[in-house]
Design a protein around this ligand. Sequence first.
Ligand SMILES: [Zn+2]
Ligand SMILES: [Zn+2]
Length: 68
Amino acid sequence: MAGKMCPKCGQYTFFAQPFGRECTKCGYRMVLPVNEGRGGKGQRCPNCGKQQVFDGTCRNCGARFYEK
Ligand SMILES: [Zn+2]
Ligand SMILES: [Zn+2]
């Protein structure tokens, strides 16, 4: 299974890891935020269908989700 191209060494050894991706050749790491911070994927919004729900609010359509 080929990985993605490593932005540092250019080899296709940039594999997905629980924290993001890591190059098995040069050790270069890319860390992705988990459901928080910009750039991360939120949960899927049942109203508009986009994965833009962060902290209980959909950034795409503005729907709010909370428990009573
Ligand atoms: Zn690399
Ligand atoms: Zn939405």
